[in-house]
Ligand binder design. Structure first.
Ligand code: MN
Length: 702
């Protein structure tokens, strides 16, 4: 295990300005906090965080990240608190430790293979500081190195599977190939112990029978290049069991068929030398057709650059793979993003911006950073910022659009759950359904007995799935209500005509109206596509010409008026008695035998309403309703014209006019005007009172 001074020395070696005191305090705190806890290996627990910190010094990470690594398990596994960490080590280290703690909690929450991709994305999304992710990966790498100490096989396999499915691909995604490969090889040993052992044995036999020796071949290649005047350093290695096994699987080959189990790396100074080296190697040994790849002119999406070629060595028994690259390409390939930062921070060599097109956004942020500290602080992975990742109470993970609410979550789980949703708990607290979810939230949906999604949800949901489901339900509901209202309207018309609606009567009427059936007729009436007179005329030709029908107490509402609390689009009536206008307090009444009627809260008629009352509000859309006013005017020429002019000047229409109580001095005009709101009406009344001929102007409700 690294001693305290060794760890500090390592950091000082690449960063002379590192905060030695911080590292020392973190070391002592961690050792004390973990106390006598032991690892499965029998080592003291604190050896683990210290080794994790050691791994990160290889990446030359800053002192705060190293301190975070030393402290990374103190909150989960000891009595230390977040507040304590913040106070003792500052908010920056505190934030990093908090990030790693959160990642560790998620890790224990789910072990569902199917969700591996989601979980990878989630880890990236909440690692809003890349250093958190680096600590987590180093933590996992060290746990994999010591995995064989764990006794229970199923636990070993579970951890190995998780490493293979989640952490190794994550390491790959940020270009940490060294981490990725070691994790894969270690996981492979536990996941496929037999295959792993077989491949190792075959490697031993190959070395014995062919005399192929990595060290000897490296020297041969290096000597060849030097003889042609090219300075190069060549290293060779055997492919490792997992990498060989994967190739065997992918190409359906046996171990014997697969001969390029040795790979060599040629490191040269610059790009022209890469191609020269390629020419020299291929001039000396025959090339294996179809195995050349130029990742310098066409880098891999993650920025990897190199030339790859395979050649037949000596007595054709051994094929070898040769990778040719510059020193800069090599460091990038080995250390990924971390190497990139080292270049940026230490300004040794140019940052290979074009090599990382997938983090273009990130680099833009980095460019604007003023100091190395700020630069690291700003290092966010912008890849999944338009996504939010949340959990069910059972730990299943769901990926939702960035502005998602509990309603989106409910519909994502199941459309039935969305339809029956009546409330939600987020992290155990009841919250409004329009609450925006944030990464890591645990969401629980409270279900009602009936499926009744609220049309108002459409105003805040973020997912197409939720929106479509709500619309579908609203359409369905609206149709049902329209149908019911249409049936009442038809019944009322039939009663007024004093007829009974036999098939003999209905059939020809439908024919005249060009409608397929009774339901279509009812719907047409409810939607105001047919007037009562047109229906009467169709049922009993000549009926509409009869004397005027008695005035009903309800007027059919203008379709443009929106009222909240009713299903949108459902027909309703405004009380013809109180004539409510927007701004009046209103109430809806669903009569047992008729449609919905909306009254002003002080309407006299309400005393007689026997239906079900329910709360309604005026919608926010602009609408007009007809109000009735009584104006007492001096009986003089032009008085009525000046009233009309004043009303028009305030953007209101006169839709009805009745003269009453006309005598020598005064007359009273009952005027129906369309107004937008109570306030609009008040303005008009005030203006009318200013008109010279006007004695009084008031709203009337009868
Ligand atoms: Mn740990």
């Amino acid at each position: 295990m690294l001693r305290q001074y060794e760890l500090v020395e390592r950091v000082k070696a690449y960063d002379p300005d590192a905060d030695e005191d911080l590292l020392n305090r973190a070391y002592v705190f961690s050792v004390k906090a973990h106390g006598s806890q032991l690892r499965a290996s029998g080592d003291p627990y604190f050896s683990h965080p210290i080794q994790v910190a050691g791994i990160l010094t290889d990446l030359k990470l800053d002192d705060q990240t190293i301190a975070c690594a030393i402290l990374h398990d103190t909150i989960e596994d000891t009595v230390a608190t977040q507040a304590e960490i913040d106070r003792l080590f500052g908010p920056e280290v505190g934030r990093l430790v908090d990030g790693v703690t959160k990642l560790s909690r998620i890790e224990t929450q789910t072990d569902n293979e199917r969700q591996a991709e989601n979980l990878r994305k989630f880890l990236l999304a909440i690692s809003n500081d890349i250093r958190v992710l680096l600590v987590k990966l180093a933590d996992r790498l060290h746990n994999m190195r010591t995995l064989h100490h764990i006794k229970k096989e199923d636990k070993r396999r579970r951890i190995a599977r998780e490493t293979m499915d989640i952490y190794a691909p994550l390491a790959e995604r940020i270009g940490m190939y060294g981490f990725m490969e070691e994790m894969q090889e270690l996981a492979f040993r536990h996941l496929e112990p037999e295959a792993s052992a077989t491949i190792s044995q075959r490697m031993d036999r190959l070395r014995e029978t062919t005399g192929a020796n990595v060290h000897r071949i490296s020297g041969q290649i290096e000597g060849l290049l030097r003889s042609k005047g090219l300075a190069a350093s060549v290293t060779g290695r055997e492919k490792r069991p997992y990498s060989i096994w994967r190739k065997m699987q992918a190409r359906q080959m046996s171990f014997e068929q697969l001969s390029d189990v040795m790979a060599f790396r040629v490191i040269v100074d610059d790009v022209p030398d890469c191609y020269r080296a390629l020419g020299i190697v291929n001039g000396r040994w025959p090339m294996v057709p179809g195995r050349f790849k130029d990742f310098i002119s066409t880098p891999k999406p993650n920025g990897y650059r190199s030339l790859h070629t395979s050649v037949l060595l000596g007595n054709e028994a051994a094929r070898i793979e040769v990778q040719i690259r510059t020193g800069l390409m090599h460091e990038e390939a080995e250390l990924g993003l971390a190497a990139h930062w080292a270049y940026k921070l230490g300004s040794e060599g140019a940052p290979a911006r074009e090599a990382y097109p997938w983090i273009e956004d990130l680099l833009d942020v980095l460019q604007d950073a003023a100091s190395p500290e700020e630069l690291l602080e700003n290092a966010r992975l912008a890849m999944f910022q338009d996504q939010v990742f949340v959990f069910t109470p059972k730990g299943e993970l769901y990926q939702l659009p960035g502005d998602a609410t509990p309603v989106d979550f409910a519909y994502a789980v199941h459309s039935d759950l969305g339809d029956a949703c009546v409330g939600a708990k987020v992290n155990g607290q009841v919250v409004p359904l329009r609450t925006r979810l944030v990464n890591g939230d645990q969401v629980e949906i409270m279900k009602g007995k009936v499926k009744a999604p609220d049309p108002a949800w459409e105003g805040f949901v973020a997912s197409a799935k939720a929106r479509a489901a709500i619309r579908r339900h609203v359409r369905h509901k609206r149709r049902e209500e329209l149908q019911a209202m249409g049936a009442k309207l038809l019944d009322a018309e039939v009663a007024r005509l004093r007829i009974s609606l036999s098939d003999e009567l209905l059939g020809p009427a439908l024919g005249r109206l060009k409608l397929p059936d009774r339901a279509a007729l009812e719907l047409a009436m409810a939607e105001n596509r047919l007037t009562d007179d047109e229906v009467a005329e169709a049922l009993v030709p000549g009926a509409a010409a009869r004397p005027a029908r008695p005035q009903g107490r309800h007027a059919r509402a203008d379709a443009a008026i929106s009222i909240e609390g009713l299903t949108p689009g459902v027909g309703f009536l405004l009380c013809d008695h109180c004539r409510p206008v927007p701004g009046d307090r209103i109430v809806g009444v669903r009569a047992p035998d008729g449609p919905i009627c909306v009254h002003a809260i002080d309407c006299d008629e309400l005393a007689d309403e026997s239906g079900e009352w329910f709360e309604v509000r005026w919608g926010t859309e602009a609408a007009v309703a007809a109000a009735r006013i009584a104006v007492v005017v001096h009986n003089q020429p032009g008085a009525l014209a000046s009233l009309a002019a004043s009303i028009a000047a305030h953007n209101a229409n006169i839709v009805g006019l009745t003269l009453k109580h006309r005598d020598r001095e005064f007359h009273t005009d009952l005027i129906d005007i369309e107004v937008e709101s109570v306030a609009h009406l008040a303005t008009i009344l005030a203006a009318l009172r200013q008109v010279k001929a006007v004695v009084s102007a008031d709203r009337v409700r009868q």
